[in-house]
Design a protein around this ligand. Structure first.
Ligand code: S3P
Length: 461
């Protein structure tokens, strides 16, 4: 069970708790989960739809938009920058864009809440407009590294001033005539790639980004959808080179947002673990750069069938049929990490319930998510009687063969995915699990507890 060479690392974080916490005590599921659901829209695609539509000429109609806190922050920011962003009905939005380079200086600080994606992507837009802006976020986001975008974006000629260690709040003096960038990503990050490409929209000439491992390509796909010229080439080492032609004429186009595979992950794992469960999740995004979890679960022995695969709004989608399964341990290679980077906490819960040992290789990026997810996932499992180890940048989980003791208190550290992972663990643990705060679930999956209850989870609300 070895992983091969590991990649570079960044500093971990400390934590704080929410002022209006919503604790939850989860007891073992009393009946099999069953039924058919849809999960909310994809978070990555939703942020991009609002941003790109604001930079396009004309009116874009978005359906299936995720109305989680993170995306609502992006909507508010684009409004503050002069775009007309309105909700017609739940999930149904209209955006009147201003065109590339035409956004207006915001009159107040842009608060991106809990959202790293909103903050990083927006940095690329702000650096490439001739205006001064200030960005902040909640306690979690203010601890996360922004240097990873500040460093490449400084190459445009924009000036950044941030707190110690490149943390928010941050002031940006952008340029109306930014220089185009040629950048090789030191970490596999779709957010950094997207920030560079967004800055390239308003730069004369070609912007070039090279990524060592392919990361989610929603930015490239959606830029093309809006009319930009984007060329993508695979490198012999399994990476990609993306070349964007600057100053394209972005024109409004309708966007259909698929269900978020990262949100589907929670009901999927719950259904795999709760005895007798049998559920269907319809219209889930199946972009191949997002489906690492599904492949991994299938390797573990999951009865996870993908049916009715089709293309909707330019993205591959399908329906997932999930049945309770007997899972065995798995080794996840490091180069699969970008395609499932948000799914490790819930995969760790599946590995804890499985038989045998699992190793997740090269997961150092987990240290700089909404929480230090490596430390927080270890604590989630250990506090509930599951043995783990961190070996270098690998996480090792010792499966309990369907016997997670539970009985622990889980600290979620303002991290939605930790809270949802803990809730699934509680559904199959032998003793009740106390979650300190479920409020942050609303950042990516509003209505999660209710939707799970519609399948029979029995969360006490
Ligand atoms: C995202 C990229 C990933 C992911 C995040 C969404 C995006 O972050 O964790 O939830 O939409 O581009 P990194 O780029 O930091 O890996």
């Amino acid at each position: 069970m070895t992983c091969g060479p590991s990649r570079r690392n960044e500093k971990g974080m400390t934590h704080a708790s929410s002022p209006s916490a919503r604790p939850l005590r989860v007891t073992r599921a009393q009946a099999p989960l069953s039924g058919s659901i849809r999960v909310p829209g994809d978070k990555s695609i939703s942020h991009r739809a609002l941003m790109f539509a604001s930079l396009a000429r004309g009116e874009t109609h978005i359906t299936g938009l995720l109305e989680g806190e993170d995306v609502l922050r992006t909507a508010a920011a684009m409004r503050a920058l002069g775009a007309d962003v309105t909700q017609n009905a739940p999930g149904d939005w209209r955006v009147s864009g201003l065109g590339i380079g035409k956004l207006r200086e915001p009159s107040d600080v842009l608060d991106m809440g809990n959202s790293g994606t909103a903050a990083r992507l927006l940095s690329g837009i702000l650096a490439s407009h001739g205006m001064v802006s200030v960005m902040t976020g909640d306690a979690s986001l203010r601890r996360r590294p922004m240097k990873r975008v500040m460093d490449p974006l400084a190459g445009t000629g924009a000036t950044f001033m941030a707190r110690e260690g490149g943390r928010l709040p941050m002031a940006i003096a952008g340029l109306a005539e930014p220089r185009p960038l040629d950048y090789r990503l030191p970490v596999a990050s779709a957010q950094v790639k997207s920030a560079v490409l967004l800055a390239g929209l308003n730069a004369q000439g070609q912007t070039r980004v090279e990524e060592p491992v392919a990361t989610r390509d929603h930015t490239e796909n959606m830029l093309r959808h809006f009319g930009a010229h984007v060329k993508v080439e695979e490198t012999p080492q399994g990476g990609r080179v993306i070349v964007l032609q600057g100053r394209p004429d972005l024109v409004a186009r309708d966007v259909v947002v698929p269900g978020d595979p990262s949100s589907a992950a929670f009901p999927i794992v719950a259904a795999l673990l709760v005895p007798g469960a049998d559920i269907v999740i319809s219209t889930v995004g199946l972009n191949p750069l997002r489906t690492g979890l599904f492949i991994t679960l299938q390797e573990m022995g999951a009865q996870l069938e993908v049916t009715n695969v089709r293309t909707e709004g330019g993205e591959l989608v399908g329906d997932l049929h999930v049945r309770a399964s007997s899972l065995k341990g798995v080794t996840v290679p490091a180069d699969r990490a970008p395609s499932m980077i948000d799914e490790y906490p819930i995969l760790a819960v599946a590995a804890a319930y499985a038989s045998g040992v699992s190793r997740f290789c090269g997961v150092e990026e987990l240290r700089v998510k909404e929480s230090d997810r490596l430390a927080a996932t270890v604590a989630l499992l250990e506090n509930n009687g599951v043995k783990t180890a961190v070996e270098g940048d690998d996480l090792v989980v010792y499966g309990t063969d369907n016997a997670i003791p539970g009985g622990g208190v889980v600290q979620t550290h303002m991290d939605h995915r930790l809270a949802m992972s803990a809730s699934v663990l509680g559904l199959v643990a032998q003793n009740p699990v106390e979650i300190d705060d479920t409020a942050f679930i609303d950042t990516s999956f509003p209505g999660y507890l209710q939707l799970m209850n519609s399948l029979g989870a029995g969360f006490a609300l």
